[in-house]
Design a protein around this ligand. Structure first.
Ligand code: HEC
Length: 560
């Protein structure tokens, strides 16, 4: 076996230098293409083919099928099917096999068990390994070394020698990065808290995380070891989960350095949950740049960058609320306001939501005015006078949007100036938003999750867990979402078995999120490959103490 492996390796490097020579010839002919010996450029060229469907010549990758259903450019990219990790997945009844070096070239396999694709149910290991030449032939013709022709779903690619060489080099990098935060006995995770996160909510979140981790470790310790210690089973039962709290302390521009220091001192496999305030962007950029999977259920102002891969959010938060209002303003049967006034406090997340709504409303021809209250509720009445003065200046045919916390909403007086008042449920406190009675009848609250009445049945389980754990319910939404994100992480990891590849964790999180039935606050969560916000809609509701749960839905579930 080892002799054969060495033989294949020698053959491999011989054909590689042939390919490298060919690369030189083609690059001379094609101008800006990659040069021989240019390692990083070659890998980058292969990555562009795999991920974007872009050829080194600048042309589009073309995938051919006998049926004529050809694919081009991004649609032809290998990543679409084999995924970023190269570890494949199951789509309906089609098994998309792993195509990392470990599986194709059988690198380092000493026995057949090492290649068993435990993470993809139903995929049997192939007999015989590929080398560069037979892999190139497969990609061009669809014929495997054993003579079998691949399912026509897999396109054929007439790649030139240089492109093929770059692509094969890139395939060899897949799954080869040593995993961070994974030791023989422990899986390390971090949670990230920014200095401006609400302290009560932070404590509530940390308690849920710590209890869940402790429970998980008790479960692992109690599990009966199987008699045969095959590698994947051993990993599964013996690794303890360890939580690290990365509390950021300085100004936002220092967070990146703080996070890098934390990661260097304590490598982690993933970030689970976290809590922010007005600026999450430095954390988002850190996750993406350092390629750390981050499952983030509690961020009310996330970064919208759906081309990014590693940070995964539950919802677009206040930005989704802005979209719900924008859609309502131009809905049929709703009289278009002459002017829209938005009020927010400086330094809170409402400023970004107000800007997002202003952009959309302006496009619809509505005049928008944004009014900023001072950051710290200054003066003896905390700026309430100023708020009331702005409100007093609004006419009956205008609309008002309040991006304010409950303490500001509670200071409103009299009757609302217009029938068109909107406020943010996430910021105002959802069903506990302390809006004065006369405002409640008119004001529409954005509610980007199921109403209390609709989610009641699904809340039995998380609330029951908190109860059994003796954890007081102090921040129900964050506690529930944090609990479920732990459940989702455990489920995703359970499916991965020994494939500790960060990209594969993200793909598994996508799948687990999409197939869960019980999600606490959300009617449905789902992440198609490439989507980064699991819940995509919400309601407009009225606050009403008389209604069960404190709110009445004033719209259907909207997905703007
Ligand atoms: C539209 C989906 C799709 C795309 C795009 C795609 N593949 Fe595949 N690929 C498949 C499927 C499905 C199979 C399994 C077919 C079978 O088993 O008959 C497969 C099989 C393979 C295999 C054989 C693995 C083995 O175990 O024998 C390799 C290698 C491969 N693909 C590489 C690539 C590369 C490289 C690209 C991009 C240039 C690519 N594929 C693009 C769907 C796709």
């Amino acid at each position: 076996m080892s002799g054969r492996a060495r033989g294949a390796g020698a053959q491999c490097s011989a054909s590689r230098s042939l390919l490298a020579a060919a690369t030189l010839i083609v690059s001379v002919a094609a101008g800006p293409a990659v040069g021989a010996g240019d390692g990083p450029a070659l890998a980058a060229a292969g990555k562009a083919i795999y991920r974007e469907g872009l050829l080194p010549t600048g042309g589009q990758l073309e995938g051919h099928r006998a049926s004529g259903a050809n694919l081009e450019g991004r649609a032809a990219a290998c990543e679409n099917c084999h995924r970023r990790s190269g570890l494949g997945y199951v789509e309906g009844d089609i098994l998309i096999p792993p195509i990392t070096e470990k599986y194709l070239y059988r690198r380092g396999a000493t026995n057949a068990r090492d290649l068993t694709m435990t993470h993809l149910v139903g995929v049997a290991p192939r007999t015989g390994a590929y080398d560069d030449a037979s892999l190139a032939r497969l990609i061009r013709t669809g014929v495997r070394p054993d003579g079998r022709t691949l399912n026509p779903v897999m396109p054929r690619y007439a790649l030139d020698t240089a492109s093929m060489s770059a692509l094969l080099d890139y395939l060899k990098t897949l799954g080869n990065r040593p995993p961070r935060g994974v030791s023989a006995t422990t899986l390390d995770f971090a949670t990230i808290v920014t200095p401006d996160a609400d302290p009560v909510t932070k404590d509530a979140m940390l308690t849920v995380l710590r209890r869940f981790f402790a429970g998980q470790n008790r479960l692992i310790a109690a599990e009966i070891r199987p008699m045969h210690a095959s590698r994947e089973i051993m990993y599964r039962v013996t690794r303890r989960w360890r939580l690290h709290v990365w509390q950021l302390s300085g100004p936002a521009q220092d967070w990146d350095r703080e996070l890098r220091d934390h990661l260097a001192a304590q490598p982690v496999f993933a970030v689970i949950s976290g809590l922010g305030g007005r600026d999450w962007a430095p954390v988002h950029r850190f996750c993406e740049r350092e390629r750390v999977p981050c499952l983030l259920p509690n961020i009310d102002l996330p970064v919208v960058a759906e081309r990014d891969f590693y940070p995964v959010y539950y919802s677009r938060g206040v930005l989704l609320e802005a979209d719900l209002i924008a859609a309502r303003l131009v809905a049929p049967g709703v009289s278009r306001p002459r002017r829209l006034v938005e009020i927010y406090r400086r330094g809170d997340i409402g400023g970004a939501a107000a800007a997002a709504l202003a952009r959309q409303a302006t496009k619809s021809g509505i005049v928008v005015e944004r009014q900023e209250l001072p950051a710290t509720p200054a003066g003896s009445d905390g700026g309430a006078e100023r708020l009331r003065a702005i409100v007093a200046g609004i006419g009956r045919h205008e609309a008002l949007v309040l991006w304010l916390r409950g303490r500001d909403l509670a200071t409103l007086r009299g009757a609302p100036p217009t029938p068109q008042v909107y406020f943010s449920g996430l910021m105002g406190g959802l069903e506990t938003a302390p809006l004065p009675a006369r405002w409640r009848a008119a004001a529409l609250e954005t509610y980007p999750m199921d109403t209390p009445e609709l989610r009641r049945v699904r809340m039995d389980f998380p609330l029951g867990w908190l109860h059994v754990q003796n954890i007081p319910v102090t921040a129900e939404r964050v506690q529930t979402d944090t609990y479920y994100s732990c459940v989702i992480l455990a489920e995703a990891l359970g499916h991965m078995l020994d494939s500790f590849v960060p990209e594969y964790l993200v793909e598994r999180l996508e799948m687990t999120l999409s197939t869960r039935v019980v999600n606490g606050y959300y009617p449905r969560l789902g992440l198609a490959p490439g989507q980064r916000f699991a819940s995509k809609g919400g309601y407009l509701v009225h606050r009403s103490d008389a209604a069960p749960g404190g709110v009445v839905a004033a719209s259907a579930w909207l997905t703007p």
